[in-house]
Design a protein around this ligand. Structure first.
Ligand code: UD1
Ligand code: UDP
Length: 360
């Protein structure tokens, strides 16, 4: 059996690491195809190094661009690879343009598609991720759902065949790496941070970066909160902070520490030791929940509804007053904690299901 894995963006490197390890254990042949959607060292290579992911077999070098350009270039280049490799199956992760391009290239060549993190919905079609998820799910043969909510979402759209509740591979990744991170990361010392005496922020979603008013309001809230906030900024965010003239505002006050993106191990340590996390990331919302850190989500909607239902996450959008209120007042009650993200063996289950089906 031969699998072609298509990845390209930061969260996909993290998601693929535990699954690829299982493929190797099971002796399944995996071809790794990197679209090149993320290419800076700290968005890309650092994850391969820290998570011991082997070199991709193909690096397609697509890079940045508009949705049409980026997805189109990926589609062309992935098609060439798949035509050459003749894999039995294509595996895609999450909801980025690399996910959609991989799924589309495969299905047009009549190659089966497996989607890890299937069934997630924010029900907000203005988000590019929502379009990528819905389209990918509807052409997938294997839909590996991380949560029961995800399974229900798929059923509601009439997708029943090929749906498996496996748990979340990001939970697997966190369990595998948290002890390594605690042992090896020196990020707290490097940034002179004391546990629980700072907040951690990440912002990168289109609705918060491309929209000037939203990014301004978020930055104003950070600056006016008076809290010490560590802010590892995605290159997209750095670009817009500069374009909107917000760097000066951040520097003039001094309570917001703007730093380049950090590696996964440093990120886990920063998350675990933060008093609260402010984010619009999907993955970071979940990691906050796994690590029992209160999360303030800078979005109107989330696909990770369990974290909100359980009281660990609050949605505040880009509303300055709501952000300030949450920074000051939001506290989970600390007792509700319903594990809904599997048992840390999602990757094992996924590989077992694929391995058994193809052995028949
Ligand atoms: C993408 C995903 C998003 C995911 C995020 C993870 C899509 C539509 N969006 O968003 O769902 O949450 O990845 O981080 O696929 N850039 C660099 N260096 C890099 C990568 C990007 O400078 O290595 C800059 C470029 O200016 C680029 C911009 O960031 O135009 C946006 O990158 P892109 O890959 O288009 O989207 P993300 O915002 O990273
Ligand atoms: N992450 C990281 N360094 C950072 C910011 C995020 O290692 O500076 C990790 C984070 O721990 C999580 C993943 O990247 O595992 C989330 O990716 P991102 O926020 O880019 O995308 P999303 O999950 O929103 O698609």
């Amino acid at each position: 059996m031969k699998i072609a894995t298509i990845v390209g963006a930061r969260p996909q490197f993290i998601k693929m690491a535990p699954v690829s390890r299982e493929f190797e254990k099971a002796g399944i042949d995996e071809v790794i195809v990197h679209t090149g959607q993320h290419y800076d060292y700290e968005m890309n290579r650092v994850f391969f190094e820290q998570l011991n992911i082997r070199e991709p077999d193909y690096y397609l070098g697509v890079g940045s661009g508009t949705h049409g350009y980026q997805t189109g270039e990926m589609l062309k280049r992935i098609e060439e690879v798949l035509t050459r490799e003749k894999s039995d199956l294509v595996l895609v992760y999450g909801d980025t343009n690399s996910t959609l391009a991989g799924a589309l290239a495969a299905v047009k060549l009549h190659i089966k598609v497996a989607h890890v993190e299937a069934g997630l919905r924010s029900f907000d079609k203005r988000m590019p991720e929502e379009i990528n998820r819905v389209l990918t799910d509807h052409v997938s043969d294997y839909l590996f759902a991380p949560t029961e909510t995800a399974v229900k979402n798929l059923h509601n759209e009439g997708i029943k065949k090929g749906v498996y509740l496996t748990g979340d591979v990001m939970y697997d990744a966190l369990l595998h790496n948290i002890k390594i991170a605690r042992r090896n990361s020196k990020i707290l010392e490097k940034l002179s941070l004391k546990p629980k005496e700072y907040l951690l922020a990440t912002v990168h979603r289109a609705e918060n970066t491309d929209n000037r008013r939203n990014l301004e309001r978020i930055v104003e809230a950070f600056v006016e909160s008076g809290e010490f906030i560590v802010f590892p900024a995605h290159p997209r965010t750095q670009k817009y902070l500069k374009a909107y003239g917000l760097i000066g505002k951040i520097k003039s006050v001094g309570n917001v520490m703007l730093i380049p993106p950090v590696g996964y191990l440093d990120m886990l340590v920063l998350e675990e030791n933060a008093g609260k996390i402010l984010t619009d990331s999907g993955g970071v919302q979940k990691e906050a929940y796994f690590l029992k850190v209160p999360c303030i989500t800078l979005r109107e909607k989330t696909e990770w509804v369990e974290t909100v239902e359980d009281g660990w996450n609050i949605l505040v959008g880009a509303d300055k007053e709501e952000i300030l209120k949450a920074i000051k007042e939001f506290e989970p009650n600390g007792e509700t904690y319903t594990y809904k993200f599997g048992d840390g063996k999602a990757s094992e289950k996924i590989v077992k299901i694929l391995g058994e089906d193809y052995a028949l």
